[in-house]
Design a protein around this ligand. Structure first.
Ligand code: SF4
Length: 320
């Protein structure tokens, strides 16, 4: 069997930064360090950090006052920031700078007197954070049907922003529907879907031309991983989301000569290697990597952590 690895795949700069913030906080302040929500949507990453002393909570009421508390890469609503402040928590913000950029863009549009439309998935923490960061009317649309159902007069000045991890194709259709619906509508110059999401989606499209089956390493609740799987499926390639090698169903690859393998932005490379090892247990495997875009983007850490060292490699999830 041939296995072709997508390039790029796996951890993005926002995830590397978020994981590193937790690692460095543990090193600098010692455990426990509290993290609101999964720092990134990957159980493997979360379990490793738990073993080092990170405590994951869904609500800040579970955090003792004065504790070191980290907000996840997805961002938080203003109300969460205010609650942290009222509990005297020492906050380190791991919100991805590209998510913060969406918050700021949305605030600017609302400041211009526009009704803001957020294109995203209801219930996703990034969407809750973005809606909760912006004072003023923010309407969520998830698909073109919901654009038609918006109860907003056509000549209302509106603007749109998007969740960072959507499929470029899905978003294009929704934006076109919004532009048909409203006379006065603006959006960001370059759409808010982030570079890492776009690059991983482009790489899967390339994979689709070459493979019989696509495996996407990622968690069920990882938005960008689900979108990668959907792109494969929409291209007519059987595509499966897989957390690690233990979830490999031999039936998925039984008739495949070429398997495409990629990973969502929150999945460490060690899990890709684990899936390759599981494929090898089924028979001989030849692994190659697609030529792809090299990513050099890095995001700066909060200044208070610049002098702390990290405990594990953020890129591989492996011990040094
Ligand atoms: S996928 Fe994009 S927006 Fe999300 S954490 Fe990574 S770099 Fe940031």
């Amino acid at each position: 069997m041939k296995v072709i690895l997508a390039q790029p795949r796996g951890f993005c700069a926002g995830v590397v930064r978020a994981v590193e913030i937790v690692e460095r906080a543990l090193q600098k302040y010692g455990p426990p360090v509290y993290v609101r929500h999964e720092i990134v949507h990957n159980k493997h990453v979360v379990e490793r950090l738990k073993a080092k002393g990170a405590c994951f909570v869904e609500d800040l009421s579970e955090v003792p006052s004065d504790a070191v508390t980290i907000f996840s890469a997805h961002g938080v609503a203003k109300a969460v920031e205010e609650q942290a402040s009222s509990q005297n928590l020492w906050v380190l913000n791991a919100t991805c700078p590209l998510v913060t950029k969406v918050h700021n863009q949305g605030k600017r549009y609302v400041g211009q007197g526009r009704v803001l439309i957020l294109i995203g998935h209801a219930g996703h923490p990034e969407v809750e954070g973005t809606m909760g960061q912006i004072t003023g009317p923010v309407l969520l649309v998830q698909n073109e049907r919901e654009v038609d159902a918006l109860d907003v007069p056509v000549d209302t000045p509106v603007a749109y922003v998007t969740q960072t991890t959507l499929s470029v194709d899905d978003t294009r259709g929704i934006i076109a529907a919004l532009q048909r619906r409203f006379n006065d509508i603006i959006g960001p110059d370059t759409r808010d879907i982030c570079y890492a999401t776009q690059n991983r989606q482009s790489a899967v499209r390339e994979l689709c031309k070459l493979v019989d089956v696509i495996l996407v390493v990622g968690a069920n609740n990882s938005s960008n991983s689900n979108r990668l799987r959907e792109i494969g499926a929409d291209a007519g390639i059987p595509s499966y989301l897989i957390a690690d090698g233990s979830e490999l169903n031999p039936g998925w690859v039984r008739d495949a000569e070429v398997v495409g393998l990629t990973a969502g932005a929150s999945a460490p490379e060690i899990l890709v290697e684990d899936v390759v090892a599981a494929l090898r247990r089924l028979g001989p495997v030849e692994v190659t990597t697609l030529p792809g875009r090299e990513e050099t983007i890095e995001f700066r850490l909060p200044p208070e952590l610049a002098d702390a060292t990290r405990g594990i490699s953020s890129t591989t999830g492996a011990e040094p």
